[in-house]
Write a protein that binds this ligand. Structure first.
Ligand code: GSH
Length: 260
């Protein structure tokens, strides 16, 4: 297989991110920007174009066996080894940054129960919101044939998952309104919000109607609250690449389909 040129990871900053400006990429872009704003973290990044299939090349698979962005590389591991350490899966990357950089738990929790709540929402995001909304996106926007059963199934699941957040923020079942997903009282902006936000902002693109979104006023307010953060704006900005071209994404899925 021919290999595209890419930045040699071991020659980059201590923390190096390989990414593209997609919802999963944005989670870690936001996290690194927050770490920079809070702790002065210096990191490097490379934007790749997944529509070219570069994420299935050997050099990338060596870092991330799952062949998907984002990939985080730590060139200065805490045990003193000179080997770069690569981390796949955006949720694991957030938790790695939490341990390595956020020593004061500015975005995490010292209390075990609050910490558990934060982890619950990260797992919910990684196992539910991300994959299910990804499928809704796929069948709503990218699939070459419109399959009503698949479109409805994933649309309904996306609506349900967004409504899970609406219930959490509105206190529908607990009687306690919250500003953020995890934490006592009204909650605290945390790793869980960084994980869920980049997907929540594209719910309309993924298939929800404006009428459906209007039924979730607390989610909308939470989105506005997070969008106001400078680190979130930088983490979602064009410095991590512009919007992907839907036609090229469709072609990528078609090529992946043809291989199997
Ligand atoms: N669970 C993974 C999902 C990563 C993922 O699906 N990344 C997409 C972009 S958002 C990707 O790289 N797609 C390219 C491909 O499917 O080959 C994570 O959270 O890191």
């Amino acid at each position: 297989m021919s290999e595209s040129s890419h930045m040699p990871v071991s020659q980059q900053k201590d923390l190096h991110l390989i990414t593209q400006n997609t919802p999963n990429g944005k989670k870690v872009q936001i996290a690194l920007e927050e770490m920079k704003a809070m702790y002065g973290l210096d990191y490097s990044y490379e934007v790749i174009d997944i529509t070219t299939g570069i994420q299935k090349e050997d050099w990338f698979l060596c870092l991330n066996p799952n062949g998907r962005i984002p990939t985080l590389v730590d060139n200065k591991v805490d045990n003193g080894s000179s080997e770069p350490f690569a981390i796949m899966e955006s949720g694991a990357q957030l938790l790695y940054l939490a341990k390595k950089v956020d020593k004061d738990d500015a975005f995490g929790f010292k209390d075990d129960l609050e910490r558990s709540e934060c982890l619950q929402w990260i797992f919910w995001q990684m196992g539910g919101q991300g994959p299910m909304q990804g499928q809704s996106n796929h069948f709503h926007v990218y699939a070459p044939e419109k399959i009503p059963y698949a479109i409805k199934r994933y649309h309904d699941e996306l609506f349900r998952l967004m409504d899970v957040m609406e219930a959490q923020f509105s206190g529908r079942f607990t009687g306690r309104e919250k500003d953020y997903l995890a934490g006592n009282g009204r909650g605290k902006y945390s790793w869980a919000d960084m994980a869920a936000y980049p997907w929540a902002i594209i719910a309309k693109y993924s298939g929800l109607t404006q009428e459906e979104l209007d039924q979730m006023p607390h989610v909308q307010k939470w989105i506005e609250r997070i969008k106001a953060r400078p680190a979130v704006q930088s983490g979602c900005s064009d410095k991590y690449g512009g919007k992907s071209n839907p036609e090229k994404v469709k072609a990528m899925f078609a090529a992946q389909q043809a291989k199997h």
